[in-house]
Ligand binder design. Structure first.
Ligand code: ZN
Ligand code: ZN
Length: 407
């Protein structure tokens, strides 16, 4: 037990909803380094669907880490508020690799194991989905056959107070698509309710799909520092995929100065091309002093898309009086913050986890109005899903791969 997060879990029995590097939610427990029993390989017959009408094809994780298997079944008939989509685009997210493996590396040889709490195999992954409505349940409202919609994958129970105010991403009974419920690596997808569907406007399905994960994760984090975003520099730590999305969205949201912090010179360059106005080497011994200088005396807002001991400590050392730190990344680690800092520096240290229903709607409006973030998108056929995941694991993919079923 080396991390504070592990201690939380064991002592408080809280479930930790982990935000992976791309913002995907999953529920983890700390476990031994081996794969857990609950996610061990299912019997083969669990993946053998008997129905052979071949109306719906799904590519499923039937065994952790093993190639996804194509299964066929009759496309379901939507009931109640359900909506059946014909898939048009499904983004391949880095966090799918962790779901596929059944664990998440947190460094130091430790692993966070996916618990079996609601995560059942076979599982159709894919949480960045856009589809065309083909059938609606009798109680579904606001959508009709032919509508093209983005699915908000961060679903809750739909009944608790948190869900009713639109913050389903914070529900204690998550139903997240592609994690706790069947996702979009398929020809069709059954969405539980019309309320999770959003008009993509003039965006193409391929453009809109990645907004459901990396886009809304970055947007929701930036919203938490909106009070100073236009008037003060915002510091973004980590220029990976979500961090770059954060840089471009910060500019679209009105930030004049965006300071990127990364230990990798190439990634700092990429962030400068994406709209950052200054760059700091996060590995430099005087990184905090550099950030304080670049921000004119200390940062009002730091978004940490890495979330390691080093990056959060750097953020704490870099803010000015009244400054805010928002941690998004899940590299893992722990920090010690002198408690007098909190009142004496009037500082805020908080986390941000994917995004709410409102965040998704606002993000779509923002991107429709100001243009797509400059993240390269490559389209591949759905049948290539295993190759796409392997390419992602091998680091061969720049930007986003979006899968599209054959027409
Ligand atoms: Zn994701
Ligand atoms: Zn709920």
């Amino acid at each position: 037990m080396t991390t504070a997060l592990a201690m939380w879990h064991r002592q408080c029995l809280f479930h930790w909803f982990a935000v992976m590097d791309s913002g995907l939610a999953a529920e983890f427990i700390i476990g031994p380094a081996e794969r857990p029993g609950p996610l061990a390989a299912p019997r083969n017959d669990e993946c053998a669907w008997e129905d052979s009408t071949m109306k719906m094809r799904s590519f499923q994780v039937c065994q952790c880490g093993a190639p996804l298997q194509m299964n066929e079944q009759e496309a379901p008939t939507p009931q109640g508020t359900q909506v059946l989509l014909k898939m048009l685009a499904a983004g391949v997210c880095h966090s799918d690799l962790h779901i596929w493996d059944g664990y998440y590396e947190i460094g130091g040889g430790k692993k966070l194991m996916l618990a079996d709490r609601g995560i059942k195999l076979p599982l159709t992954m894919g949480h960045e989905n856009v589809g065309e409505v083909v059938a609606v349940g009798p109680d579904a409202k606001g959508v009709k056959a032919g509508d093209v919609r983005l699915v908000n994958p961060w679903m809750g129970c739909g009944e608790c107070k948190v869900c009713r105010r639109g913050e389903e991403n914070l529900c204690l009974k998550p139903q997240n698509v592609g994690v706790f419920s069947q996702g979009g690596y398929a020809t069709h997808m059954l969405v539980p309710s019309h309320r999770h569907l959003f008009d993509i406007g003039k965006l193409t399905p391929q453009q809109a799909a990645p907004l459901a994960c990396s886009g809304v994760t970055a947007y929701s984090a930036l919203k938490k520092v909106e009070a100073t975003l236009r008037d003060e520099p915002v510091v973004i730590i980590g220029a990976g995929g979500v961090g770059l999305m954060g840089v471009t969205l910060a500019r679209k949201m009105g930030a004049k100065d965006v300071i990127i912090v990364d230990i990798d010179a190439g990634k700092r360059d990429a962030a400068m091309k994406a709209g950052a106005t200054a760059a700091v080497d996060g590995g430099a011994a005087d990184a905090a002093a550099q950030i304080q200088k670049a921000t004119g005396g200390g940062a009002w807002a730091v978004i940490d898309f890495v979330g390691s001991s080093q990056t959060v400590s750097l953020a704490v050392a870099s803010i000015t009086k009244g400054g805010s730190i928002v941690v998004v990344g899940l590299f893992g680690g722990d920090v010690t913050v002198p408690t007098p800092y909190l009142p004496l520096r009037a500082m805020s240290l908080r986390g941000s986890y994917v995004g709410s229903q409102t965040d998704i709607a606002e993000l779509l409006e923002l991107v429709n109005r100001t243009g797509m973030p400059g993240v390269p998108i490559r389209t591949r056929p759905l049948e290539d899903v295993n190759a796409a995941l392997n390419d992602l694991r091998a680091g061969k993919i720049t930007g986003r791969v979006v899968l599209t079923p054959a027409a």
